[in-house]
Design a protein around this ligand. Structure first.
Ligand SMILES: [Zn+2]
Length: 210
């Protein structure tokens, strides 16, 4: 989380995420799932949805927060996922630490949290999924592509396309799609309600209440 925060502060020229803390420390919850790993894996592309259902059933989801979940189980589909409201409602962004997506190296070949100042794949991928869970990139973004991604550079945080992702990424290259883009009719990460300092006119993702 420290490396995610460090990367975002650098890329945004001083903004940070409004982290949930208790007595000055990040508020971290551990939850053992009711479902077996085999059952969760069998949900294929919907592991994130299963995790959110389980968290809800356990009563640990508050409607005004976003959750970054590190799931220590497998996936035959991907290394993580986010929601993308209003098409996919949800407040859970998740990384599947033991995932083995087809045609890729295992997710656990990447070290989690290796350095507080050098974001590795799992760190930055979590932030990528979190951006999706805010509903970004939105379909109103000029370079919107493939459900929540952008097409203008493989070095962009929200890139998806044929070329491989260039890491470490940069935040909204060209400031035209999801960060400080200047279009008041399209949601902007700089003004979402999870930012410090809190913007006066902040917005919350569809489905999220104050
Ligand atoms: Zn994505």
């Amino acid at each position: 989380m420290e490396s995610v925060s460090y990367w975002f502060r650098n890329q945004s020229s001083g903004l940070d995420l409004r982290w949930d803390t208790y007595n000055g420390e990040l508020d971290i919850t551990f939850l053992r799932l009711a479902s077996t790993e085999a059952l969760v894996t069998a949900s294929g592309a919907f592991i994130r949805e299963v995790l959110e259902l389980e968290l809800n059933a356990a009563g640990v989801i508050r409607p005004n927060k976003q959750y970054m979940v590190y799931y220590d189980g497998g996936s035959t589909y991907s290394c993580g996922a986010g929601a993308w409201p209003p098409l996919i409602y949800g407040v859970v962004s998740a990384m599947y630490l033991q995932g083995e997506p087809p045609g890729a190296t295992g997710c656990n070949t990447n070290q989690l949290g290796a350095s507080p100042t050098a974001t590795g794949y799992l760190d930055i991928a979590m932030f990528h999924e979190f951006i999706h869970s805010l509903g970004l990139a939105s379909t109103c973004a000029p370079n919107h592509h493939l459900s929540g991604h952008v097409s203008d550079s493989p070095n962009d945080l929200m890139w998806a396309g044929d070329a491989s992702w260039e890491l470490p990424p940069r935040l909204d290259i060209g400031n035209d799609d999801y960060f400080r883009h200047g279009n008041p009719d399209c949601p902007d990460l700089a003004n979402v309600g999870y930012i410090v300092p809190l913007p006066d006119d902040y917005w919350l993702p569809p489905g999220v209440s104050k």
